[in-house]
Ligand binder design. Structure first.
Ligand code: ZN
Length: 182
């Protein structure tokens, strides 16, 4: 049996069959997403590169259906959870970022829609591949600047900052003193 996530059908077709897709994938299966992560991790020293980052899980469920009683407007609802290896922009250490994405898409074409909390998804072609939508949603959910949760980590970085501040302050004082004297 094939993986329905990789099927390429029209949204009407997915919706008419009430397609439900269980997602149990790995980051490496999403090429564009993996490329973005690879570039991000490229900032790390080779020995800090997390092994097996491509094997991090992407899980969730997608459900296709029609939003209107006339079965005219196909829609997709779903939840996707992914673990992304990223570089913390504060302490420059690798860490695992959890992405949870809620998808509510409407394939409305030219019809006016967008109500009910759905986002109108414009298809470039008649058919869609659910995996592409999941990948797109995850890429859009990636933080512009990934960081450890404040209370979670960056402990070492904070300690380093503290020390730096204490070491630097005497010089700063000295400098302001010199500025005043000159
Ligand atoms: Zn950090």
């Amino acid at each position: 049996m094939g993986n329905p996530l990789l099927d390429r059908r029209t949204p009407q077709d997915f919706a008419a069959s009430g397609q439900v897709i269980e997602i149990s994938e790995k980051i490496g299966n999403f090429e564009k997403l993996a490329e973005i992560i690879k570039v991000d991790l490229g900032a790390l020293e080779p020995d800090k590169l997390p092994r097996g980052w491509r094997d991090s899980p992407v899980d969730g469920q997608l459900r296709f259906g029609f939003v209107d009683a006339q079965d005219g407007v196909p829609a997709l609802e779903g939840q996707v959870v992914a673990t992304i290896n990223a570089v913390c922009q504060r302490c420059l250490e690798p860490f695992c970022l959890s992405l949870a994405v809620e998808m509510r898409l409407l394939f409305a074409g030219e019809q006016s829609a967008g109500d009910g909390g759905y986002e109108v998804w414009e298809l470039k072609e008649d058919k869609l591949c659910p995996a592409d939508l999941v990948e797109e949603a995850l890429i859009m959910a990636m933080p512009f600047s990934a960081m450890h949760d404040i209370d979670e980590h960056c402990v070492e970085a904070e300690a380093v900052e503290d020390r730096a501040e204490k070491t630097v302050r005497p010089f700063a004082d000295l400098k302001s003193q010199m500025d005043r004297e000159n």
